[in-house]
Design a protein around this ligand. Structure first.
Ligand code: ZN
Length: 251
């Protein structure tokens, strides 16, 4: 039985595909929507509204960045709790049975068919479309994933307003980190996370293609309201533009 029913939103949205920016934007944790067939995943009321369902503020900021930079953007249509589009399918966090401290009952004891439905209807369409776009558009020469992180994690508060997560793209990240620091912000350099075996976007769409790639993470309390997310996009756009120039202009 198909997972998505007639009338439900698509697995992903692609915007501004003809955008002239060399940079492709992704928002892999854009939505907290759950396919109707999965109900509320058995979560307590309100739990899906919390950050565990999506990256609060990330989609508003990503769309604004797409406009400011004239950059193509792919965003997911369903919650990371259904299937996380920034996790390899082989990792436990792909379809998380527990997210932070919250058990996700609807993800327990899934059959191979249940998993395959989420992979085939949500994960693969998103990443196949991104892959096809990058294959067909050699003008795309760098990749940025737009995310947000919680102000505290397991009771420990996080000092950074923004973080940049990268593997080999230090040169790409540097102008963005320096630009925010010059404005007085505390910036995480591969904080609050690092790119590791639980990542998908940077290793697959960036590193494997030889494209500079990173994730921008903004603290959720700073972009929870649309106006604030738009402010952050305005702040980041010129820094991203400078960083793009630094990796796409021949020295
Ligand atoms: Zn995220």
């Amino acid at each position: 039985m198909p997972l998505l029913q007639p009338g439900e939103p698509p697995a992903f949205t692609a915007e501004n595909l003809a955008g002239r920016s060399p940079c492709l934007l992704l928002c892999e944790h854009a939505s907290n929507r759950i396919p109707r067939a999965l109900g509320d995943l058995g979560l307590p009321p309100g739990e899906i509204e919390r950050h565990i369902g999506r990256d609060i503020g990330a989609l508003v900021m990503a769309r604004a960045l797409s406009r400011h930079l004239d950059a193509a953007l792919f965003s997911t249509g369903y919650s990371r709790l259904v299937i996380d589009c920034n996790r390899p399918l082989s990792r436990p966090g792909s379809i998380p049975e527990i997210s932070e401290e919250t058990v996700v009952p609807g993800n327990l004891g899934l059959s191979a068919a249940d998993r395959a439905a989420r992979q085939n209807e949500l994960f693969h369409p998103f990443h196949d479309a991104v892959t096809a776009h990058l294959d067909a558009t050699p003008a795309r020469r760098c990749v940025i994933g737009v995310h947000s992180f919680t102000p505290s994690y397991r009771g420990v508060s996080r000092p950074w307003e923004a973080g940049f997560l990268y593997a080999s793209a230090g040169r790409f990240a540097a102008p963005m980190m320096e630009g925010l620091r010059a404005q007085g912000f505390t910036v995480g350099d591969n904080e609050p996370y690092v790119i590791d075996a639980d990542d998908y976007t940077v290793p697959v769409h960036g590193e494997a293609r030889g494209l500079p790639s990173l994730l921008i993470e903004i603290r959720q309390d700073l972009i929870a309201h649309d106006a604030a997310a738009l402010d952050w996009a305005r702040r980041l756009a010129p820094l991203i533009a400078r960083a793009i120039a630094s990796v796409t202009e021949d020295a």
